[in-house]
Design a protein around this ligand. Structure first.
Ligand code: GUN
Length: 297
């Protein structure tokens, strides 16, 4: 029997534990604050940011939302980051990616105060993660790690294949999987767009994490019986419905489900976990900056 992993259920369990952390901070007179900054009119990015803000509101995190005209000079974004870095009510800053082409992404990542970098994308935080002392684990890979933990899936000694090498998911995911730590200790292969014979690599895996950003790239013929399949993809593909599109993952769910031991659906798998771990990092950021101990889940 294939087990369908429910990201909403695991996300809710973690969020209810985070509620307790928010209460502890409130007792100390601290309300965590998260600033989201959007410099795009891309519909998917707008949706993600509004979901992040809604989740903050539900748990008692103060959400601050800033929008910058995508045609404005890059300095406008840099100045906004400086202002948020200085604001004591803001514990976390998230600039939704991607930013427009004329804005240098590397400058953006470096500009955010590392203690407020709840995405974990600042080079200082990336370095800490690689060194095995992560302060803020990037939300999506951290969410995948938590999903596996809550499902009782041990990664130790397993062959893991990460499909995709993005800075947001693929690279940090692989780094978490190789750490000598719980949720790590996996023999990890990173595959990408230049990999020869992807199926040959994924078929020898116990755990496949698909995060390449290509709709239904991994199908049932590319995985072996009993494999754990985690689908990070969220792709909009044209559909004959009211919206004109539907969401599909990087995994062809129907064929992969026939082979997988465990599999995450899209939507309702990794997505809710990404948002949950953003709340987690924001609570952690407030705890660190305000010097209030909380017991994180
Ligand atoms: N764009 C897609 N995923 C993410 C994310 O986790 N953080 C930010 N800042 N932008 C994104």
């Amino acid at each position: 029997m294939t087990e369908i992993i429910d990201g909403n259920e695991v996300g809710d369990a973690i969020r209810s534990e985070l509620d307790g952390c928010v209460d502890t901070l409130a007792d100390a007179g601290v309300r965590p604050g998260l600033a989201t900054v959007l410099m795009t009119t891309d519909g998917a990015s707008e949706t993600y940011v509004s979901m992040k803000q809604k989740a903050c509101d539900e748990i008692g995190i103060e959400g601050i939302h800033e929008e910058i005209d995508p045609d404005a000079p890059a300095e406008r974004l840099f100045d906004k980051i400086d202002e948020l870095n200085e604001d004591p009510d803001v514990h976390g800053i998230l600039v939704q990616m991607p930013v427009p082409d004329h804005v240098d992404k590397w400058t953006v990542l470096n500009r955010i105060d590392p203690i407020k970098d709840v995405d974990g994308f600042h080079p200082q935080n990336v370095g800490s993660l690689v060194a095995g002392h992560a302060r803020y684990k990037p939300c999506t890979p951290h969410g995948v790690q938590k999903l596996l933990e809550y499902e009782g899936i041990d990664t130790e000694g397993k062959d893991a294949v990460v499909v995709g090498r993005s800075d947001i998911v693929g690279k940090p995911m692989a780094n978490l999987l190789i750490q000598k730590a719980p949720g790590g200790n996996a023999t990890t292969t990173i595959c990408h767009s230049r990999t020869d014979d992807l199926g040959e690599k994924t078929r020898q895996a116990d755990l496949v994490i698909a995060a390449a950003g290509y709709p239904e790239l991994v199908d049932g013929s590319m995985i072996s019986e009993g494999t754990v399949v985690i689908d990070v993809g969220v792709n909009r593909v044209e559909a004959d419905n009211e919206k004109g599109y539907e969401l599909v993952g990087d995994v062809e769910f129907e064929s992969a489900k026939e082979k997988a031991g465990h599999i995450t659906p899209v939507p309702g798998g990794v997505g809710p976990m990404t948002i949950t771990m953003l709340l987690y990092n924001t609570v952690k950021a407030a705890s660190l900056q305000e010097d209030v101990d909380v017991e994180l889940p």
